[in-house]
Design a protein around this ligand. Structure first.
Ligand code: ZN
Length: 315
């Protein structure tokens, strides 16, 4: 089996993780977490969303958060923008990268926006053009690429329509997102292999939620299909609105731990990422879904064995 030598992990906790939290962190606390992530070695961080303050109160201060980040130049800091207004706000804040998101699901888009996913992307043209003219990088994201609560399975053809619409805009970096944690490794392999092979000019990011415990297996399947960029959230924050109480994004520190055991470089200090997850757990004030926080590293276990003289077998 062939795996990449190096994987890029984007920390999306400040946006995808914190947006669902009841406890709203201060801009200072968010900026501090982002600086800690930069210090740990994360090269890409999704710091927030330029939405109306009433839409997602937890992310209303994204511009302020950006201002407070000390090491802005040491990582790519991106924000989500839903529309032209959001794009204008990102430009005004001095942000250098924006992400446009659409759902691959027709029924979801039509019921919410009265447009197909393809029409939604075409409607992003003014956002793309404005961002591009102002020197911002623009990426696209396709939510529900691995299953939709309204539509069930999402076909490659459905995703491809949206991919082509993004490419027509001028976008060359696209995320495929398993927004509600419905994807399985076989499906992930098939879809990732198709898009990697047919669109080699695209930088692909893959975004998994661990809602049903399949995220790490899905990352392995995506790597086998040639993918090497994944999103994760500190402490596994980011629950699913369709499954209250379920796990959120796959925890960044769990991905890093697995990849390092597999001999795959991430450039991220695992211990520092675990410290961030501990702090996040304290800040949000509830237990989080992180194997690293619950069980610790494999290497911790091996080191402890002689000290404790654990009796493994009675036979
Ligand atoms: Zn997500």
């Amino acid at each position: 089996m062939k795996y990449p030598n190096e994987v890029i992990i984007a920390e999306v906790g400040p946006r995808d993780g914190l947006q669902n939290e009841k406890t709203i962190l201060s801009a200072e606390a968010k900026a501090k977490l982002i600086d800690q992530a930069i210090e740990a070695g994360f090269k890409v961080i999704e710091i927030g969303s330029m939405v109306h303050s009433k839409a997602i109160p937890a992310l209303a201060d994204t511009a302020e958060v950006f201002k407070l980040i000390k090491n802005k130049d040491k990582a790519e800091l991106r924000v989500l923008v839903p529309n032209l207004k959001g794009t204008e706000r990102a430009i005004a804040a001095g942000i250098k990268k924006v992400k446009l998101t659409v759902s691959a699901s027709e029924s979801h888009n039509i019921s919410n926006f009265n447009r197909t996913p393809k029409q939604t992307v075409e409607g992003f043209k003014e956002c793309y053009d404005l961002a591009h003219q102002n020197g911002l990088e623009v990426s696209g994201a396709i939510a529900t690429s691995f299953g939709c609560p309204f539509e069930g399975e999402i076909s490659i053809e459905q995703i491809e329509q949206v991919v082509k619409a993004f490419i027509d805009l001028g976008i060359r970096e696209i995320s495929l997102s398993d927004t509600t944690g419905m994807g399985n490794p076989k499906e992930v392999y098939t879809k990732c292999q198709y898009f990697k092979e047919n669109y080699p000019e695209i930088t692909w990011n893959i975004h998994f939620h661990n809602t049903r415990g399949m995220a790490l297996a899905n990352i392995v399947a995506a790597m086998e299909a040639g993918m090497s960029r994944f999103d994760g959230a500190f402490g596994g924050l980011g629950g699913c609105p369709y499954a209250p109480g379920a796990s959120g994004n796959v925890a960044s520190e769990d991905i890093i731990h697995m990849l390092h055991l597999m001999g795959i470089n991430t450039g991220i200090d695992l211990d520092k990422s675990i410290e961030i997850a501990k702090e996040v757990k304290m800040l949000v004030g509830h237990d989080v879904d992180s194997y690293m926080l619950k069980a610790g590293k494999v290497s911790d276990l091996i080191k402890e064995r002689p000290k404790k003289q654990i009796k493994i077998c009675n036979a």
